[in-house]
Design a binder for this molecule. Structure first.
Ligand code: 13P
Length: 258
């Protein structure tokens, strides 16, 4: 199996003071009890990034930092956007691309997702491509077809050297922030499908994460029965104890218990 990856997407929560506080809390626990078998990433709002990367670097906390979005453009007249090179300058290593909230609320089309993904990996940053169907699609019985189309639109033609920089997160929209977690069978079925589609696009051994109401209680089962390589966590990443419990579950799973 791939080394697990647990990412905390803070969404539009925590100002920079609160962000520093949470990262320091995470740092204290990780220093006392290092998680050797899992990569842990936090993804704060843009305005927190400078403070968070400074704390992570100065206190040598074993966390990496990501951004929730980036512009597909390099620079120029794009009011409100942030470029990949600006993120790079802050030592941000990861970028979420095409989160369902950006697709649904900020008109991020498949085409924009594809261009953004290319901008991120061209700069050598790690991209987390988010895919997932809405409830109506699942009820219509076509979630696989829907996700296949999203994957093809984003990944077809990605240069060979960029492929190792890509992680895929399956986040069914109906499970995000609803407390309705997809069942382990649904997760396993879709992540296996995603691996097959990714392989057909020459992405071998890509990490496939699950996101959607993950918490400390359901993480272990989703890892072992859902066969995911980790999680993209929203609400439960806003508190140090719940986020680290999820990371610990991933750590233990990889450490011979899976
Ligand atoms: P929740 O964990 O709050 O459901 O959010 C999932 C998500 O959208 C992470 O990107």
């Amino acid at each position: 199996m791939n080394r697990p990856l647990v990412i905390g997407n803070w969404k539009m929560n925590l100002d920079y003071v609160e962000a520093v506080h949470l990262v320091q809390q995470l740092g204290v626990v990780l220093q006392n009890k290092p998680l050797e078998h899992v990569d842990v990433v936090v993804v704060p709002p843009f305005v927190d990034l400078r403070s968070v990367t400074s704390v992570v670097e100065s206190e040598r906390i074993s966390l990496e930092v990501g951004a929730q979005h980036a512009s597909a453009h390099d620079a120029g007249a794009h009011t409100g956007e942030v470029s990949v090179s600006m993120l790079q300058r802050l030592n941000v290593q990861w970028v979420l691309v095409g989160h369902s909230e950006r697709r649904a609320m900020y008109a991020m089309t498949d085409d924009v997702v594809a261009h953004t993904l290319r901008a991120v990996v061209r700069a050598g940053l790690q991209a987390v491509l988010c895919v997932g169907e809405e409830l109506s699609v699942r009820e219509a019985g076509t979630p696989r077809e829907f996700v296949t189309a999203q994957l093809h639109a984003a990944l077809a033609g990605v240069e060979e050297k960029s492929r190792p920089l890509i992680t895929i997160a399956y986040e069914p929209v109906w499970a995000i922030g609803t407390g309705l977690t997809a069942s382990s069978e649904q997760v396993r079925d879709m992540t296996e499908h995603i691996r097959t589609v990714a392989a057909s696009l020459s992405l071998e051994n890509t990490r496939v994460l699950y996101g959607g109401s993950v918490n400390a209680d359901n993480a272990a089962a989703l890892l072992s029965e859902g066969r995911v390589d980790g999680f993209l966590v929203g609400g439960a990443s806003l508190k140090a104890d719940s986020f680290l419990a999820i990371a610990q579950a991933a750590n233990d799973c990889y450490d011979g218990k899976r």
